[in-house]
Design a protein. Structure first.
Length: 478
């Protein structure tokens, strides 16, 4: 048997750890890592044997005592008959083995699942043996406890937070910089303390045509420009429509001009984006009301396998037209329960995948014409704002449209005090599907905004046409 058949060389993405897996034989599936290499005493033939220190990373459920014998030491290379020349040959062959990138989170999850499955399988085999009378030491009464122990197999030994014993870990949590996906909009970064944290559900509330999809497309474009991997799931518009909006945003051209752009110029702008955008964007379309969290979970796993793609943030356009994995829409289920269950399932998906999820929902008919939207204007289910971590309203009217502004109002915020910067304006360019920060002068029109007005020091006189013409008082004589 050749060395290539017996061993596989394994490394992780950052090459922080290199180890070797055994492919065949008694120790198949065992993964170990070498430590120091030292020389032993010279033998009668004049050779200096090598001694290897090692750590077993995965024993593949083989008892520890099985490793304390010559057969395993031989596999490691801890042999008295191995000369320096032979050792170098082995090292040269190992270097030719193809490194395999390993996602250690995936490895731990699948190893834990394998151990659970094996434990349950062994428990069932033991139970059958007891029932058949082959096991003389245990009675059928012991079968429930055997299955209980098998089902309890888990790599996570935590059973709760020990208030005194875990004080140090709690202190570290207080001072840990939480991983967030930042906005490119200053006020949103202020109200969220730097962006959207992982394991959260965030919802934009707005009427039809106000800008829910525009907001999510802008944020998706901003995220990939920051080097984040983005998964955009749409149940409302086609994949190409979403890509069209993001093209307009990143290329800084209107959607109308995008359709008349020559192929050569389009390719040139795509080349510019390749150099400017460091993240990856995957857009996936599902038919309206047919996909639920299980479909999204399967998609994420498929992308990980086929494209080695792991999202940093997920956009779902939009929440109300998803389906529930627990309830079927129909006469026996009301909209409150259905939409609340969808929100709970999406938030569970965010926790499971360790990402923030951004979605949207519609206002009621009264909320559509209201200038001061509240949580009570959420359509279909008040269970949605009860589940969301961060919820805000997008408001527009003819006056704001004339100024190319859109109003944002915080409705619920688990990251910060929602009364601080309660309302604020953003600049909006609908042709290019872009949002940007509005000036402080624009913000001054807001009433009960909760903003720090100390930075807005432009007096009313200075805003007038006369004041703007006469701001230089250096020549004034008293």
């Amino acid at each position: 048997m050749s060395i290539r058949d017996q061993y596989v060389f394994i490394t992780n993405k950052n090459e922080e750890m290199q180890c070797i897996g055994i492919r065949k034989g008694k120790f198949e599936g065992v993964v170990y890592k070498y430590g120091k290499v030292s020389l032993g005493e010279e033998n009668k033939d004049g050779d200096l044997p090598f001694k290897f220190e090692y750590d077993i990373l995965d024993n593949n459920m083989i008892p520890r005592e099985e490793f304390d014998n010559d057969s395993f030491f031989t596999l490691l290379g801890d042999r008295k008959d191995l000369s320096e020349i032979e050792y170098k040959k082995v090292v040269d062959i190992i270097k030719t083995l193809n490194p395999t990138e390993v996602d250690f989170d995936w490895l731990v999850d699948h190893t834990e699942k394998f151990c659970k499955d094996k434990a349950i399988h062994n428990a069932i085999v033991d139970g059958i043996s007891i029932i058949d009378g082959n096991d003389k030491n245990r009675t059928p009464d012991s079968i429930p406890s055997i299955l209980t122990d098998a089902l309890a197999v888990c790599f996570n030994n935590a059973v709760g937070h020990d208030y005194i014993g875990d004080a140090d870990s709690r202190f570290e949590y207080y001072h840990r910089i939480e991983e967030r996906v930042p906005f490119d909009l200053d006020f949103f970064n202020k109200v969220t303390k730097g962006g959207l944290p992982t394991k959260t559900l965030n919802v934009a509330l707005a009427g039809t045509g106000v800008g829910k999809s525009l907001f999510m497309c802008h944020m998706a474009a901003s995220s990939i420009a920051q080097g984040k991997n983005v998964l955009y799931i749409t149940l409302e518009m086609a994949e190409e429509r979403i890509a069209e909006r993001i093209d307009a945003n990143l290329m800084n051209i209107s959607m109308e001009d995008l359709h008349s752009l020559p192929k050569k110029m389009f390719d040139s702008k795509i080349d510019e984006l390749v150099n400017k955008v460091n993240g990856k964007l995957i857009i996936k379309e599902y038919p309206t009301a047919t996909a639920n969290s299980n479909h999204f979970r399967g998609l994420i796993k498929e992308l990980a396998i086929k494209k080695s793609f792991k999202p940093d943030i997920i956009f779902i356009d939009y929440l109300n037209i998803c389906s529930s994995s627990r309830f079927k829409g129909g006469a026996n289920i009301n909209s409150y329960t259905l939409v609340k269950s969808i929100a709970e399932e999406l938030r569970g998906l965010a926790v499971e995948c360790n990402v923030p999820i951004m979605s949207a929902t519609q206002t009621t008919r009264s909320g559509f014409v209201s200038s001061d939207i509240g949580l009570e204007d959420t359509s279909e289910s008040f269970g949605l704002p009860a589940t969301a971590d961060f919820m805000f309203a997008l408001v527009t009217n003819d006056k704001l449209e004339d100024k190319h502004l859109i109003k944002v109002k915080q409705l619920k915020n688990r990251y910060n005090d929602p009364t601080i910067n309660k309302t604020f304006y953003l600049k909006i360019d609908r042709a290019k599907m872009r949002l940007s920060d509005a000036s402080l002068e624009d913000q001054s029109d807001l009433v009960d905004s909760g903003q720090d007005t100390s930075k807005i020091d432009t007096s009313l006189f200075d805003k007038t046409s006369f004041g703007k013409r006469n701001l230089d008082f250096s020549k004034l004589k008293v």
